[in-house]
Design a protein around this ligand. Structure first.
Ligand code: ATP
Ligand code: MG
Length: 324
């Protein structure tokens, strides 16, 4: 399995203008690899990954340029019928709003069986149930046989999230796209769910795109990270490298925003760092670097054009013309 997004551009034609949501994004995920995507709200994380499965609503959306190669084939040229064979089968997705993705009027078990039957219609009732129960067990749901008959409202938030993951994994996909899979959960459950994802990567060579606001999650789980800002990847590379040697002023700012429980250096009561300013209006992006107005290292030539990627070490790329 290999997924390559190459120079992807997505825009939304709205009454208020053209929203440039994704502007030349290039990403690469290998087999058994976890790619983390971070960036502020509105930076294009969800839209870029929705494009993989043909889930950008068109109109108002439009993919104006790019290629998305999955195992060598361009998903952007596939028909709806062909995409339906891939969705949930080769590529699983956990959506950002899990509570609204489960149907309240069907039991958890029925919903998993439904997902399974789309791709494995030959399975009989008993076989399908067995696979659904196995999927629930795999995501750490206790007494999965009895949970099979529960409705979503009968489960806790953490259990519902696990059920969502079970649905996305029941067909044994090669790639899982997990959009903020743990945001609504407390830290213990969060850690358990990340463990499950990590475990599947090791046992099944599952590849994962993990979207999160939380850099601490990336540092613990991902192999590589792409930092997005205003619809662009501004820095990418191996996780240890980006965390120990960040180059882009935005990445540096994000890293300074991470709270450390054991942090001795910050006097009590002192506020955590935040990055001043806001993301630019995606309807009127400047010709140069989109981070310019918030950047501590800005120079005049940053205004001229979007900075090229500079290679600053093994697989470490940054889009900035004034790195330290
Ligand atoms: N259907 C749509 N119509 C118009 N604009 C849209 C649509 N969907 C997304 N956008 C815009 O595209 C931009 C990128 O949105 P996206 O959801 O990818 O951000 P995100 O990085 O996932 O943010 P968050 O962290 O809040 O989930 C935003 O400005 C958003 O308003
Ligand atoms: Mg999102």
């Amino acid at each position: 399995m290999r997924l390559q997004i190459k120079d992807l551009w997505v825009e939304f034609h709205t009454f208020d203008g053209v929203v440039k949501a994704v502007n030349g994004v290039t990403l690469d995920v290998a087999e058994g690899e976890i790619l983390g995507i971070v960036g502020e709200s509105g930076s294009g994380k969800s839209v870029a990954t929705h494009a993989i499965l043909g889930l950008v609503p068109m109109p108002p959306g439009k993919i104006s340029k790019g290629e998305i190669l999955f195992e060598g084939e361009n998903l952007l040229t596939k028909s709806e019928e062909e995409l339906n064979k891939i969705r949930g089968r080769s590529i699983g997705m956990i959506f950002q709003e899990p509570m609204t993705s489960l149907n309240p009027v069907f039991t958890i078990g029925d919903q998993i069986v439904e997902a399974l039957k789309i791709h494995f219609p030959h399975l009989n009732k008993l076989e399908a149930k067995q696979r659904a129960v196995d999927a629930l067990k795999q995501v750490g749901i206790p007494s999965p046989e009895s949970r099979f008959d529960c409705y979503p409202h009968e489960l806790s938030g953490g259990m519902r999230q696990r059920a969502m993951i079970a649905i996305s994994l029941v067909c044994d996909p090669k790639l899982l796209i997990a959009d903020e899979p743990t945001t609504a959960l407390d830290v213990t459950i969060q850690a358990q769910i990340l463990d499950i994802i990590n475990d599947l990567r090791e046992k099944r060579k599952l590849s994962v795109i993990l979207i999160t606001h939380d850099l601490a999650i990336i540092s613990e789980t991902a192999d590589k990270v792409a930092v997005m800002y205003a619809g662009r990847v501004v820095e990418s590379g191996p996780v240890e490298e980006i965390f120990s040697n960040p180059k882009h002023p935005y990445t540096k700012g994000l890293l300074k925003c991470i709270p450390h429980v054991d942090e001795q250096s910050r006097p009590k009561g002192e506020r955590l760092n935040t990055i001043e300013g806001t993301v630019p209006d995606l309807r009127s992006l400047p010709p140069g670097c989109a981070f310019y107005n918030r950047c501590s290292r800005k120079i005049d030539s940053c205004l001229d054009k979007v900075p090229y990627f500079i290679n600053c070490g093994a697989e470490h790329f940054v889009s900035c013309i004034n790195v330290e």
